[in-house]
Design a protein around this ligand. Structure first.
Ligand code: SF4
Ligand code: MG
Length: 326
């Protein structure tokens, strides 16, 4: 059957002083109805840009230079702003990293809900619907009368999710919605998001730098590096047996959802400059398993037992080769 979302070769570039930066490089994946997909990677790997590209929220100098984003059979990339506005909130909504930035600071939460509802010609029972979604996310509807700054960080994020739920969309795209919260609030919000998803049946794309956090909730995972998919597969498989050396490093960085956060211990260095990408594997400069050919041959996405892995160690013609790590 037709997937809810079909992203094909999506490419996003932006202009820099050094020339064009390839922030998202031919990313392809599909999403089923009701599926929870996690997208993980360090900052600077293109994950937020990918999310903005899917939601058609990029602004210059960043822009889509190739590929398509088919949502329920319609290509969002070629839609006009007017067409997109009919899809936004009602069928697809976005929850940003900071509700403080996403919400209007001088308008009450309730007034912002009303504006969204009215923009989609929803005129009756506005108060009832607003109260309903606040209750869904566990915030006292009395806070519809509050301004964003009057709420705690956790309540603001919940209010933002409530707003995203006004029309019970088919897809909610979330960009690190819990990253500003402490560990306890983060965990409880994740549990609540998952519960809402089960009850209401929407699909989620959840972007985070914390692979351990999302792995408790997602069905599948995409690990991004250097603007590309490094690994894509079923969450349990990727989590239990990460095949890409970068996925392994990410997991080592966050030993457990409750554990302390530490930098990428196994992987010193930082992601490549997207305006000056190296030849060969984009991870080679940091990879503990790099071989001489890694700086010459660009790895493709290899299918290894239904997990896609962009690493020469898994290239069919190289598996078992005698090449030794450098
Ligand atoms: Fe490491 Fe080479 Fe695999 Fe890249 S292709 S991840 S450098 S082993
Ligand atoms: Mg980001």
């Amino acid at each position: 059957d037709v997937p809810l979302l079909d992203v094909r070769d999506l490419t996003v570039e932006y202009a820099t002083a050094k020339g064009s930066a390839l922030a998202v490089d031919k990313v392809s994946f599909t999403l089923r109805r009701g599926e929870f997909l996690g997208i993980v990677g360090e900052s600077g790997c293109g994950k937020s840009t990918l999310l903005f590209g899917i939601a058609q929220l990029l602004s210059p100098p960043a822009g889509i230079t190739g590929g398509s984003v088919e949502f329920k059979g319609r290509n969002l990339v070629t839609m006009t702003e007017k067409q997109l506005n009919t899809v936004r909130w009602s069928e697809l909504s976005v929850v940003m990293q900071s509700a403080m930035n996403a919400l209007n600071p001088v308008t009450t939460i309730g007034a912002q809900f009303r504006d969204v509802l009215r923009a989609h010609s929803y005129d009756t029972d506005i108060n009832a619907r607003s109260r309903e979604v606040m209750e869904l996310v566990g915030v006292d509807p009395v806070h519809l009368g509050s301004y964003p700054h009057q709420l705690s960080g956790g309540m603001r994020q919940r209010a933002m999710i409530a707003m995203a739920l006004l029309f019970t969309p088919d897809l909610i795209i979330m960009d690190e919605p819990t990253s500003a919260l402490d560990v306890v609030a983060q965990r409880s919000l994740m549990v609540q998001i998952k519960q809402l998803q089960r009850e209401l049946g929407f699909a989620i794309i959840f972007v985070t730098h914390d692979m351990s956090l999302v792995s408790h909730f997602s069905d599948r995972l995409i690990v991004m590096y250097g603007g590309q998919i490094a690994e894509l597969g079923d969450t349990r498989t990727v989590f239990d047996t990460p095949r890409h050396p970068y996925s392994r490093g990410l997991l080592d960085a966050f030993p457990s959802i409750r554990g302390p956060r530490v930098p990428l211990l196994g992987i010193p260095g930082s992601p490549p400059d997207l305006a000056e990408l190296p030849t060969g594997c984009r991870f080679a400069a940091r990879c503990p398993q790099a071989m001489p050919s890694c700086t010459e041959v660009e790895p493709a996405l290899y299918d290894v037992d239904q997990v896609l892995v962009r690493c020469l160690l898994h290239a069919p013609d190289r598996v078992g080769s005698k090449e030794t790590p450098v």
